[in-house]
Ligand binder design. Structure first.
Ligand code: GAL
Length: 445
């Protein structure tokens, strides 16, 4: 299937109101929700007005890799708009665990930044769009002729009510197991492709006195949900996994039980100080050889490179055990809040975010692939090229903790269930709470 068609599958999951084409269909039928087709967009990527002053860009990108990637996109902006000063407003905490609360306070107080990071899909639409706090950015897509360079499904994920609501900068993969190649070699191990192989490798490593799996969930339940969503996929497969998010897969079913049981077992193989470490500190355990593996999104690749490591040399990567052939996806994007103090500057920023130049500066460092279809493949390393290939050929599944699969309220409820579960490892209680979260989200009966 083509990349566009894969996106159509995602769009059908994420934007429930949209009707998308079946496999092989070239484009979705026009619906009320479809973005407006531009009549005569000028073929240019220039912003419409010449901005001045300063712009405040709000994100949670402070860790190695993500901070440097953002800086590279700032450099592209600075070269295009030398008159505009960028205020880099960051709130540390992976997956926006701290930033989202700060942003909510500001948005509710009528004090928005000029532009802010938000995950494409439910996190954007169900939160800020329904609250009428965003300006549509359809006109930016039209003015830059972007409707031709983004897959139709990407545009639909970003759309609601006939408008587009943010500009995507990337595609990230959630279900990746990263490992220290030297530790694996020293212990006679090969990368585990199944959960059985994973636990067997874990036993070998434990016997050698090495932490099998690095975990860093000090930043909240998102890291636990992150590992859990790979286990769910391993037990359900892609089709039933997608059904979790539209109510067609039973949260009380045996596969969810098995995923929770495996999560409880995984916790026997993680570092004892996991609740004191952030995701990147956990990645550092793998860098140092104190742990052999970590399951994390491919921003970990950006982290490994930021500390001088090279993919396929010091670190290896495979789909999380049992998930080969499936790609749990998410997308970072930037939006235009109503009342942005420097609206022209914000539009200029969004123009860079959506440009080929901006994405090809950002993504090779960030550890993600461009959301556009025309990224320069030669700029991407061996891992990222494999991610491009997998994204084009795998089954696509939306990520829960990173805003693609479910509303923010559902993510929070699932995270609360995970926090309790990590403490008591009560499978039945966790499953009941997960099932209830789906009911409370209005998706399950
Ligand atoms: C994700 C985000 C990534 C990366 C990660 C860790 O939610 O999509 O871009 O920032 O959090 O901070």
């Amino acid at each position: 299937m083509s990349r566009d068609v894969r996106w159509l599958i995602i769009a059908s999951l994420v934007v429930v109101a949209l009707v998308v084409g079946a496999c092989g269909a070239p484009a979705p039928p026009p619906t009320e929700e479809a973005p407006v087709v531009p009549t005569a967009p000028p073929p240019t990527e220039e912003a419409p007005a010449v901005p001045t002053g300063s712009i405040e860009i709000f994100s949670w990108w402070t860790a190695g890799g993500e901070a440097e990637g953002l800086a590279a996109m700032y450099d592209v902006f600075a070269a295009r708009y030398p008159e505009v000063e960028i205020i880099n407003a960051t709130v540390a905490g992976g997956a926006g665990s701290e930033a989202k609360a700060v942003l909510a306070t500001r948005m509710q107080a009528g004090d928005p930044p000029d532009s802010f990071q938000v995950h494409a899909g439910h996190e954007l639409i169900d939160t800020w769009v329904v609250a009428d706090k965003m300006e549509p950015v359809t006109f930016i897509f039209e003015e830059n002729n972007w409707l031709d360079v983004y897959p139709p499904g990407v545009i639909e994920v970003l759309s609601s009510g006939g408008d587009i609501w943010s500009v995507p900068v990337n595609i990230h993969r959630s279900n990746v197991l990263w490992y220290n190649k030297q530790v694996f070699e020293d212990n006679g191990l090969t990368a585990p492709t199944s959960l059985d192989e994973f636990f067997a490798a874990g036993d070998t490593l434990m016997a050698a006195g090495i932490t099998p799996l690095a975990l860093g969930d000090s930043g909240g339940a998102w890291v636990d949900l992150h590992v859990f969503e790979s286990l769910l996929l391993a037990h359900l497969g892609p089709e039933a996994d997608r059904g979790l998010w539209d109510g067609t897969t039973d949260w009380n079913g045996p596969e969810v039980t098995a995923a929770l049981e495996d999560f409880a077992r995984v916790m026997e193989y993680v570092n004892a100080d996991h609740s004191a470490l952030s995701w990147d500190q956990a990645a550092q355990l793998v860098v140092d050889g104190d742990a052999a593996m970590t399951i994390m999104g491919d921003w970990a690749e950006g982290y490994f490179k930021s500390v001088g490591l090279t993919p396929d040399v010091e670190f290896g990567y495979v789909p999380s055990p049992g998930t080969a052939g499936s790609f749990i996806m998410l997308s970072d994007s930037f939006g235009l809040p109503k009342g942005a103090p420097n609206r022209d500057g914000a539009i200029a920023w969004l123009t860079v975010c959506g440009s080929k130049e901006g994405q090809d500066a950002f993504n090779p460092i960030k550890g993600s692939i461009p959301a556009r279809t025309d990224g320069d493949r030669s700029l991407y390393d061996v891992y990222l090229q494999s991610a491009m290939d997998d994204f084009a050929s795998n089954e696509i599944v939306p990520s829960l903790p990173h805003g693609a699969a479910a509303s923010e309220g559902w993510v929070t409820a699932a995270g609360d269930a995970m926090t309790l579960f990590v403490a008591d490892l009560d499978v039945a209680a966790a499953q009941t709470a997960m099932a209830q979260a789906c009911v409370d989200a209005g998706v399950c009966q």
